[in-house]
Design a protein around this ligand. Structure first.
Ligand code: GUN
Length: 280
């Protein structure tokens, strides 16, 4: 029987641990604040942003909400970020992506001081991860490491295959698995014989962005499968990048969609906010 890795439960445990830490900090007179910036009204972004604010409220972190017009200029947004950088009350700055096309995302990310970059997207934080120094780590891959550790899944020495090479998931995921002494392969859309590569994996992390793409013939018997994707299928039901029903009988452990990786991203964002406050 495959172990179903319960991201909802594990994220709840992490949030409860953080709630206690925040409450202890409050007793010392220390408040934590996260600035949450949304530009425009993209419905998916609104859902994510609201969930982040709800998590803040649950844990006891103040969320400072900035809901900006789609037409805001890059200069105006940069000005807000500089103000938040200089504001001693603010511990973390989150700019929900994607941004409208007239604003350069990398320019905005680079403007956030690395000490408040709780998303872990700033090049200084990415570089720190690369060379094993302290810094904020992108929340989704950091959450996946927590899922594995808290499910007692050993990473050291394992063949880890990450499908996807994005800056937010694939690349940091690979570096984190490497830091845990995994043997890491990064596969992507241009990989030759993806099936053969994926079938090498003891731990297969899938962030390919294609609904139910990974079928049983991509998976080695007994592998651990982590599904980062989230889509709606033809019946409007949520599904991942992995054909869950097709692979479940072959794997030793798997994350469901929903309720696997998704809830971990917010839990790790909250963790980064608390870390930020502790480092101040
Ligand atoms: N858009 C999609 N995922 C994320 C995320 O983790 N952080 C931010 N800021 N925007 C996103």
């Amino acid at each position: 029987m495959a172990q179903i890795i319960d991201g909802k439960l594990i994220s709840q445990q992490i949030k409860d641990e953080l709630k206690e830490k925040v409450s202890a900090l409050k007793e010392e007179g220390k408040e934590i604040s996260l600035a949450v910036i949304q530009v425009g009204k993209d419905p998916a972004s609104s859902v994510y942003v609201n969930n982040k604010k709800k998590a803040c409220a649950y844990i006891g972190i103040n969320s400072l909400s900035y809901e900006l017009e789609e037409t805001i200029s890059e200069t105006e947004l940069l000005k807000l970020i500089y103000d938040l950088n200089d504001n001693p009350v603010v511990n973390g700055i989150l700019v929900q992506l994607p941004l409208p096309s007239h604003i350069k995302e990398d320019k905005i990310i680079n403007a956030i001081v690395p000490e408040k970059d709780v998303d872990g997207f700033h090049p200084q934080n990415v570089g720190a991860l690369c060379i094993g120094e302290k810094g904020f780590v992108s929340c989704t891959p950091a959450g996946i490491i927590q899922l594995l550790k808290r499910s007692n899944i050993e990473i050291a020495g394992k063949e880890c295959v990450v499908i996807g090479r994005s800056n937010i998931v694939g690349k940091p995921m690979s570096l984190l698995l490497l830091a845990e002494n995994g043997t890491v392969t990064i596969a992507h859309s241009r990989t030759k014989d993806l099936k053969e590569v994926a079938r090498r994996a003891d731990i297969l992390v899938v962030a390919i962005g294609k609904p139910q793409f990974i079928t049983a013939d991509y998976v080695k018997k007994g592998a651990v499968v982590i599904d980062v994707g989230i889509h709606r299928d033809e019946n409007n039901k949520l599904c991942g990048d992995v054909d869950y029903e097709g692979v479940i009988h072959k794997v030793s452990a798997i994350t469901p969609v929903p309720g696997g990786v998704g809830p971990m991203t917010i839990a790790m964002l909250m963790n980064n906010c608390v870390e930020s406050a502790l480092n101040f």
